[in-house]
Design a protein around this ligand. Sequence first.
Ligand SMILES: Cc1cc2nc3c(=O)[nH]c(=O)nc-3n(C[C@H](O)[C@H](O)[C@H](O)COP(=O)(O)OP(=O)(O)OC[C@H]3O[C@@H](n4cnc5c(N)ncnc54)[C@H](O)[C@@H]3O)c2cc1C
Length: 503
Amino acid sequence: MDVQDTAYDAEVIVVGAGPTGLMLAGELRLAGVEVVVLDRLAEPTTESRGLGFTPKTMEVFAQRGLVERFADLGIPLQTTSRGHFGGLPLDFEVFPGAHPAVQNLPQAYTETMLRTWAAELGCDLRRGHTVVGLADTGEYVDVSVETPDGPRHLRTRYLVGCDGGRSTVRGLAGFDFPGTPATLELLLADVRGCDIRPRFIGEWLPGGVAMAAPLGDGVHRVVVCERDTPVRRRTGEPDFSEVADGWRRLTGEDISHGDALWVSAFGDATRLATEYRRGRVLLAGDAAHVHLPAGGLGMNTGIQDAFNLGWKLAAVVRGRAPRSLLDTYHAERHAVGRRLLDNTRAQGLLFLGGDAMQPLRGVLGELTEYEVVHRHLAGLVSGLEIRYPTGPGRHPLLGLRMPDVELVGDAGTTTAFTLLRAARGRGLVLAHDDAVLRSARPWADRVDVVTAKPATGIPACDPPPDALLVRPDGHVAWAAPGEAEELTEALDRWFGPPAARAV
Ligand SMILES: Cc1cc2nc3c(=O)[nH]c(=O)nc-3n(C[C@H](O)[C@H](O)[C@H](O)COP(=O)(O)OP(=O)(O)OC[C@H]3O[C@@H](n4cnc5c(N)ncnc54)[C@H](O)[C@@H]3O)c2cc1C
């Protein structure tokens, strides 16, 4: 167990107040962990970057009651059941009952929502604080920070680098970040004052690919990828005239009179940290993985990294679970990261590969007519088919996300996500059988034990389980029929020893 007497400035320091750091801070605060978030920016960014959520991220938000918060902040959500894989259209309705995706929502709004939530939970966010050094002694981590009031030193039990693709924490803590450098460059601008025809998943043109999406308030996102353009070594952002010239060469349309709100360049550099944890330092989000933003998966993956890590780190910090629980963060999310890199590389080839890829696009397009292929690709880009090795047992739901199905029990009818939301970062045992309910009760301080079972069933799971253990991140860790000892083994594994046995 990981309980110590040293004085700390915070139990956990999170570096970076982007979507990953804010999600993690909120999850840690839900469990009562003292969190300080440091961000070098004096003010939040207004960049639109990640433009929406996959169905899996929407499910994550729904499990914490965060979807409604957008409406509370006056931010409308544009939902869709459509997605694509490298430009091949997909329909997420192959997953009945799943939450829809959200499109065309600037990342700055997502950060506002998460920041408000984390602040309400008591998160201490310090802006204008740049991490410049760290030392992991094995007992704690000392962090050197440049602040508006001069240099400061902070001590913490765990440090999490959520500080983006150029992560300082990653470099300072000696993480390896192998991969491939960029082979192409795409230019982007958010532009107001131009009437631009939407090209949501891009338009293949003789000179390359042009994308356009409306962001509201008369603003359009345009992305230009001209074929055979060498990767430039840039010291700053490109000029809007470069984007407008490229747009004209590709589409013949003139947008040079537009008012550019944000101009940027990005590429297909693809890298993955070999470890997500070194001692007391962890990585999450872009700090752990960078890739072409094909299919809009980067921010989504970061939010889901945070959702996987938060409850585990909280359990270790609270002394309820052994440090080895953190190894499951690496095991589960590094595997997702590896798949993400393959997925975005494949999408990049299909999408940006030019005429040479046309026969492959044709064949893959035909294959997506088969439901099993469609479901496989939709599972990849929606995140709904992520399966963690939660074991033990052989139930088909094991390791998958718990769908938001209707449940009936002693307290009437409810839904799985209503219960997860009420559990506020704790686990759930759903059962009718007295023996199952009894065996889960010793963990009642960290798991809500509820008399309930699926009202009509669970999609693609026939017969539905009689009882379930759902982790705080909504993944199924045990399902009946299965051995009763498997349930106590799973509770022990994911939640530490029961209160009576705790050290
Ligand atoms: C053009 C473009 C389009 C994209 N489209 C999508 C999309 O549609 N969907 C999607 O899911 N993703 C998309 N992405 C990717 C998405 O923007 C990133 O994956 C996401 O921002 C990662 O979030 P993060 O919190 O991990 O890191 P970041 O958002 O990069 O946040 C890192 C934070 O750390 C802070 N920081 C950095 N260094 C330090 C330091 N030393 N000390 C203190 N603070 C520090 C920074 O100020 C920043 O606030 C896109 C990206 C680009 C560039």
